[in-house]
Design a protein around this ligand. Structure first.
Ligand code: FAD
Ligand code: NAG
Ligand code: NAG
Ligand code: NAG
Ligand code: NAG
Ligand code: NAG
Ligand code: NAG
Ligand code: NAG
Length: 637
């Protein structure tokens, strides 16, 4: 113990020294050394509206809107040979404890403040949902599970399979890890095999039938690695990343036969407007990577969409396209809560079952249920409130929730014990739409997914629940939970009570699996669509009806790739970047930036130990979980 104490002291003084070192050199954060090209929007120099400066304005070969899962690898890749401006509405993720640590997954989603890395929206279906608002996008707030798409998905998408096979490893080498399997996950894996979801494919990124362990963007300390880290392999001479820059509209030159994108208008963190200009050079482009909610929203705000809808909001029509915002899909998720006798370690998705029925089975355990977190305020939309709430959904008034928070500390610790078996419906046939409610880009548009409106989706939910039933009553699983065998009716009843959505519940929920599926549907946040290939963009992702504009992200998907999409969204950013470079430079650019990347990786190794210590320090300072974390680091690190 004395040894640990001494080590701690030494460690803390080292960190204090580090901190003074960094501030004395004029940079507030250690990450600013690694990403010198990231700046705040208010420092952007442009002739904002009237206060025009003299001399020609700086213009860019590429303006990428949205520094998310696709936008970061895309900007990195294009910066090899061209000047790139990446505009992201959120802040930097690097020193944000809610983003950096797995324990804070729920806390981060529950943070509904305007500065939160996650922006809550509620679809008209009555399901709570989240969209990213931070550099790195969805990879900063998601559950971390990493998988590739199936080979048939790649060929259906019309992608060049050789370049796809080169683009995935580019991501994987930089930010993907092999997970340490949590006890809940290994019991779940054994149960999947016991009930016949086979063969066992071991640890693999491939999307193939059977049971497997996938990759994760969390390292063994539970620290998250995001798409924003891919920016470290950019060419710093040619990349400009602007954070807190919210793009309000794309500007078009409409004097020619076909409108041509020429720039964007964005506002900074103080609400001041700026104008960024696209280079006039041949093949320069604006690329929208704002995600499945943000990309259709920005096209509509810029005058590309259904004419009648645009006119209602006084948006001048640049190109009439009735398909913008159509074909929105979200994969329905239903979860069965399983209590355990002993507390379980927190885990997000690690093992998955890929069935031939078009249902994927995954699992998560623990809810950051430390003694501390029972007392934390996780907000209105946290899973925890739903999990433990004794307040029925319809009576969750503000007063009732405040009363609940007050009495929460008296809840027995056992109430937090357990986990979820979850089922996701692959390629749902039910679709919906997105439309603007107003012209404020900060507000969510109206989104409808129409979960289970197609009978085949409902049928698959019921089939999936029957598989979950088998898993829960399997020998391996009951041996692990050590609980008295619960009937399915019991478990379904508990899951109804644990459920957080705004859909009214029915008394026949535990008798009718169909009714149960409808009433307890939630999201696994794999929503996609709104800018479909063939309807809004071409197979090269160029926006129909205008010049110099593409959309590259999950809004172009008809189906969500793999069991989980982030791997393929990042791959797509890299893939399209290389493809665009090749087209613009000619085939000679084939020797992509391997050397560059290797040099960067060596620098990174030096940096790595410093950065990780700094993060530990931050987590100590800001998070109640920090101390146990740091001890773990001192013991095992
Ligand atoms: C809670 C959660 C858990 C998930 N779990 C997993 C998982 O375990 N595994 C997995 O594979 N997938 C998971 N996903 C899904 C995956 O993360 C997303 O599908 C993916 O990140 C979407 O990428 P995107 O590039 O389409 O959009 P995003 O990554 O959302 O990127 C869009 C970016 O554009 C920015 N933006 C939007 N509008 C503007 C504007 N007007 N001006 C400037 N910037 C703008 C946003 O701030 C954002 O950073 C999860 C998602 C969530 C939300
Ligand atoms: C493109 O960039 C790469 C890496 O920076 C470089 O090796 C290559 O020569 C460049 N190509 C052209 C045509 O400029
Ligand atoms: C993390 O989220 C919590 C709410 O869930 C919030 O109170 C806190 O300010 C957030 N921390 C940061 C650093 O954003
Ligand atoms: C790409 O990888 C997949 C799966 O690993 C393989 O089936 C396919 O043949 C590969 N394609 C090429 C062109 O190498
Ligand atoms: C659109 O413009 C008209 C006329 O200028 C105005 O009367 C109307 O209120 C505007 N509508 C909206 C939604 O701004
Ligand atoms: C049950 O669990 C114990 C320890 O938790 C383990 O030793 C035993 O092998 C398990 N039995 C089965 C059938 O999985
Ligand atoms: C669940 O069980 C409770 C009692 O424990 C009962 O009041 C309630 O009606 C049940 N709900 C359903 C949907 O069966
Ligand atoms: C469940 O009950 C509701 C009314 O309470 C009814 O409308 C619905 O059809 C029932 N569902 C099934 C599948 O029986």
């Amino acid at each position: 113990m004395a040894l640990v104490g001494a080590a701690l002291k030494l460690f803390l003084s080292l960190l204090l020294w580090l901190n003074s070192l960094t501030s004395s050199q004029g940079k507030e954060n250690l990450w600013e050394y690694r990403y010198p090209f990231i700046r705040r929007a208010s420092s952007f120099s442009s002739s904002s509206s009237s206060t025009s400066s003299n001399g020609p304005e700086k213009s860019y070969d590429y303006i990428i809107v949205g520094g998310g899962t696709a936008g970061c690898p895309l900007a990195t890749t294009l910066s090899q040979n061209y000047s790139v401006l990446l505009l992201e509405r959120g802040g930097a993720p690097f020193a944000n404890v809610n983003v950096s640590f797995m324990q804070n997954f729920h806390i981060s989603l529950a943070d509904t403040s305007p500065k939160s890395a996650s922006q809550t929206f509620i679809s008209t279906d009555g399901v709570f949902n989240s969209r990213a608002r931070v550099l790195g996008g969805g990879t900063c707030i998601n559950a971390g599970f990493y998988t590739r798409a199936s080979t048939s998905y790649v060929s259906k998408a019309g992608w060049d399979s050789k370049l796809v096979n080169e683009s995935y490893p580019w991501i994987e080498k930089q930010i993907v890890h092999r997970p340490d399997l949590a006890p809940w996950q290994s019991a779940f894996r054994d149960s999947l095999l016991e009930v016949g979801v086979s063969p066992f494919n071991g640890f693999t990124y491939d999307h193939i039938y059977g049971t497997k362990i996938g990759g994760t963007i969390f390292d063994r300390f539970g620290r998250r690695h995001t798409a924003a880290e891919l920016l470290a392999s950019a060419n710093p001479e040619k990349l400009n990343v602007i954070i807190h820059a919210t793009v309000q509209k794309i500007v078009f030159d409409t004097t020619g036969k076909k409108p041509k994108a020429v720039g964007v208008i964005f506002k900074d963190e103080n609400g001041n407007q700026h104008h960024a200009i696209l280079s006039k050079r041949w093949r320069s482009e604006i690329i929208v990577s704002c995600g499945a909610i943000g990309s259709p929203q920005l096209l509509l705000l810029s005058g590309i969409g259904p004419k009648a809808d645009l006119k209602k909001l006084n948006i001048s029509v640049v190109f009439d396209n009735k398909f913008v915002g159509k074909g929105m899909s979200d994969n329905p998720l239903n979860t069965v809560f399983v209590p355990t006798k002993k507390p379980v370690k927190q885990s997000l998705i690690q093992a998955v079952g890929i069935t031939k029925k078009g249902v994927y089975i995954e699992a998560s355990s623990g809810f950051g249920q430390s003694l501390d977190s029972i007392r934390c305020n996780h907000g209105l939309v946290s899973a925890e409130i739903g999990q433990l709430s004794t307040i029925p959904p319809k009576r969750r008034t503000q007063e009732a929730i405040i009363a609940y928070r007050r009495s929460k500390r008296h809840l027995p610790h056992e109430a937090f014990r357990g986990g979820f078996i979850i089922e996701k419906i692959a390629y749902p046939l039910s679709t919906g739409q997105l439309s603007l409610l107003n012209t404020n880009v900060d507000d969510n548009p109206s989104v409808t997914f129409n979960y289970f409106s197609h009978p085949y989706d409902l049928q698959r939910c019921v089939d999936g629940i029957r598989v979950v039933e088998k898993i829960v009553s399997s020998r391996h699983f009951t041996n692990y939970t050590q609980c008295d065998k619960k009937t399915l009716e019991n478990l379904l009843n508990m899951s109804v009570q644990a459920n957080v959505n705004l859909i009214p519940k029915h008394t026949n929920d535990t008798q009718s699996l169909e009714q149960w599926c409808r009433d307890t549907v939630v999201t696994i946040w794999h929503y996609h669509g709104g800018c479909h290939v063939g309807k809004v963009v071409s197979p090269n992702y160029k926006v129909h009806g205008v010049h110099r504009l593409r959309v590259i992200d999950g809004s172009t998907f008809r189906e969500s790739p793999g069991t989980n999409p982030q791997g393929t969204v990042m791959m797509m950013g890299r893939y399209m970047g290389v493809k665009i470079l090749r087209q613009r430079l000619g085939k000679s650019s084939d020797a992509t930036s391997r050397n560059w990347l290797d040099i960067k990786r060596m620098e990174y190794q030096h940096f790595h130990s410093l950065v990780s210590m700094y993060y530990k320090y931050l987590s100590c300072k800001l998070s109640p979980f920090g101390v146990s974390f740091m001890l773990e680091y001192l013991y095992y690190g």
